[in-house]
Design a protein around this ligand. Sequence first.
Ligand SMILES: [Zn+2]
Length: 469
Amino acid sequence: MEKKNVWDIYDTARLNEVEDFTKEYMHFLDEGKTERECIDYLVNRIEGEGYRELEAVRRDGGTLSAGDRIYHVCMNKSIVMFHLGSRPLEEGMNILGAHIDSPRLDVKQDPLYEDGGFAYLDTHYYGGVKKYQWVTIPLALHGVVVKKDGTTIEIRVGEEEGDPVFFISDLLIHLAAEQLEKKAGKVIEGEALDIIVGNRPLKLAEEENEAKKEKDPVKQGILKILQEEYGMEEEDFLSAELEVVPAGKAREAGFDRSMILAYGQDDRVCAFASLKAMLELQRPERTACCILVDKEEIGSVGATGMRSRFFENSVAELMALCGCQGDLALRRCLAASYMLSSDVSSAFDPAYASSFDKKNVAYLGRGMVFNKFTGSRGKSGSNDANAEYLAYIRDMFEKEEVQFQTAELGKVDLGGGGTIAYILALYGMQVIDSGVAVLNMHAPWEATSKVDVYETKRGYSAFLKYRGM
Ligand SMILES: [Zn+2]
């Protein structure tokens, strides 16, 4: 089947739109390197566009009607937005879903130690990473430290010009004969992913020095800096969430600037395209909803993951504010809804061609991706979308001239992966996996095509507008 290259189709006006859109997208990636930072960005952005907090409307005894825009945040890590349509909620919603957590290294709860003259922060990796990719690259530290009195200290070091960065060491090649014999999965072990944060001993007055001589002077130096710059003590690490991510901004890639190379595009690329489609939406018939969640990379667990009741509870609250009470109404609304469950798809990589089925893989530059199913070992763990629903989407995209491709992650039996699709499908709604193709997914720096990102936004916009089958 023929797949067009989007670059060949766009005219100059559209190519200019692509540039504006991707500039904004890259700014979003730079601002939102953690789920908390994404939520900050999103809330600022949508409040500026007339979205109101659901809890605030409820507290003020307000009611909602068509055209109202509402959002609800869970623990600063997940968000759901609604743009109320003219048709009753019981007829269902058009839902966009994506995740805003990304693979990274999390700082442990008792992390700071000194060894061999270096001060380290001990980490535990989060999500699926090839550990060997994380050594010897500049790293930044993002997150929060919550003190016992409830005050929150925000930490973001390593991103601005002039900021220090952190790093993980690797054995020099000259002594690596034994190391290089190891399998790639073992060559760097999880416990070896501790970041170096200092090398300069604290200088004490002589009498003080006598008493503290054995007490890790480099670590003491770091503690002094943490105290002076952030007002935090070592015990405050206990109630901190600090994430180690690749330092640096999103960049254009290639002489032709056709691609974007950045950390965390899985799945912030779909989150950003979803946000933009929501903001551009005018007077929808079906209520439009966008849910951006945390914890997808570790199985959608926890209060802020897709498997929590946050989404369902938010819809129940929304319906109550619209005067549509009761459990049955809620169930009808969810069962009648349509969803694009968005996550990144693996792009065909010619360097590893044998890992892909060339006819059923996504290509960079060929538009939005649909995965009828995901999963592994015979579609296990997958939401396998219905043919009827796919037909509805094909027809819609043809009318709206949205370029799309269908794909699988890779060859059967090589591995696989899951998404949040199956969780929403539990309500009996129509769900399909969709999103943007990514090269070197889950690596510290991932690549996407500018036109794919833009075309996916166009696809979401079409989806939100339509009334259903
Ligand atoms: Zn993902």
